[in-house]
Design a protein around this ligand. Structure first.
Ligand code: PLP
Ligand code: MN
Length: 390
């Protein structure tokens, strides 16, 4: 991990927001904490566990903050993310993904042993007999008594990883149960394809099908004599449905913490907690032309895979449109009927189109207390697993 740049040493605490250098990735800590509270209340009301996905924030500090608020641990997508968070003190990790490479499986086994030794645990998803056999071999090779929780991933509609719901999942569960250091922990049933379906009805029916498929698979596995300890899944777009299903016992949603512009385009469910934007790119107008202005944030500051950022804090009649100006520039045009172009030197706040890959572009999140207008820097949060993609 790179050391904090001089400007972000302990002297950063207390810096006024208007003096934060741009472009910078800023977390509105008050908004983030409100989102955490909303999620904690929601999960409690529905009697489900929550294991927020750390692919969003990649920070041990935030994972631990979420646990303090009631989260049961963290999901990660990659082994190297798990290693980075474990090094930062996170004890209960689920790699919600498949791993096949022998060297990585050996590291996985060692991480499982390390976490077990300090009272924690590691879990991994599988969707093949080959994956199970290789994991079992690595666990034996690692030479520890520690076990690992293994979830069978079923494809509940996304068409990504996972065996089809039904008998194939039964065979994998049985294979896990036969292995010495592997514990069959349940089903990983995440429907990524449903998260950004725009209509409430579309998302409801997609998850109704996922719930039915997961419940049916559980019935088959239990009929074969194996208890299904947990069905885990759900993202920010659909969590109301998994939570109410009585089938899913754990929610993996991550984006609720920061809320990107793409999620703001979903039709909102009345039962959905009112999550608010909490992650912003602060940017400055560095060129003012007659027809447009240019700011200093391009796609090295924010990811654009799910659309360009929104300019935050403007009423619709004064909206500005952000257009792609390349790696280091954003071009702003008037959009609303009463829009006025901001003056040269003005600071603006952008809501990223997609927060997960945006965070991965930065070493630090600048935590601001007291709002974007008049707040101050409270602390710098390290993105411990930045670039941890293996
Ligand atoms: N679980 C898995 C397996 C995921 O891949 C993701 C995100 O892609 C999530 C949970 C979290 O979804 P979100 O960040 O949309 O809440
Ligand atoms: Mn995402």
């Amino acid at each position: 991990m790179k050391p904090l740049p001089d400007a972000w040493g302990s002297a950063a605490a207390g810096l006024r927001v208007d003096l934060i250098d741009t472009p910078a990735l800023v977390v509105d800590l008050d908004a983030m904490e409100r989102n955490i509270q909303r999620m904690a209340d929601f999960a409690r009301k529905h009697g489900v566990r929550w294991r927020p996905h750390a692919k969003l924030h990649k920070s041990a500090e935030i994972a631990l903050l979420l646990q303090k608020a009631g989260a049961c641990g963290a999901c990660v997508q990659k082994l190297s993310e798990a290693e980075a968070l474990a090094a930062g003190g996170v004890n209960d990790l689920f790699i919600s993904n498949e791993i096949l490479a022998a060297n990585k499986l050996l590291r996985t086994a060692r991480l499982a042993a390390g976490l077990a030794a300090r009272g924690g645990r590691l879990a991994l998803a599988v969707d093949s007999e080959e994956g199970i056999a290789r994991l079992a071999e690595a666990m034996d090779k690692a030479g520890s008594d520690a076990g690992i929780d293994v979830f069978v991933e079923i494809d509940v509609g996304q068409g990504r990883c996972g065996v089809p719901p039904g008998t194939e999942a039964v065979a994998l569960a049985q294979s896990i149960a036969r292995r010495h250091r592997l514990r069959f922990a349940g089903l990983h049933a995440y429907h990524g394809g449903a998260q950004h379906l725009r209509g409430v009805g579309e998302r409801r029916s997609a998850i109704a099908a996922a719930v039915a498929a997961a419940a049916h698979t559980r019935t088959l596995i239990e009929a074969a004599g194996l208890p299904v300890g947990l069905i885990t899944g759900a993202g920010t777009g659909t969590l109301v449905h998994e939570a109410a299903s009585g089938v899913y016992g754990e929610l993996q949603a991550g984006s609720f913490l920061f809320m990107d512009a793409d999620y703001a385009r979903n039709e909102r469910e009345s039962a959905q907690p009112a999550f608010e934007h909490a992650l912003f790119v602060k940017t400055q107008v560095i060129s003012a032309r007659a027809t447009h202005v240019v700011c200093d944030a391009g796609h090295k500051s924010h990811a654009i895979d799910s659309g360009l950022p929104l300019v935050h804090g403007l009423p619709p009649e004064r909206a500005l449109r952000f257009a792609n100006g390349g790696d280091e520039h954003g071009i702003l045009y008037p959009e609303g009927p009463k829009a006025r172009l901001p003056a040269l030197g003005r600071m603006l706040w952008l809501v990223p189109g997609h927060c997960d890959p945006t965070v991965n572009l930065h070493d630090h999140l600048i935590g601001v207390r007291g709002g974007l207008a008049h707040g101050v820097v409270e602390r710098i949060i390290r993105v411990d697993a930045r670039g941890a993609v293996t």
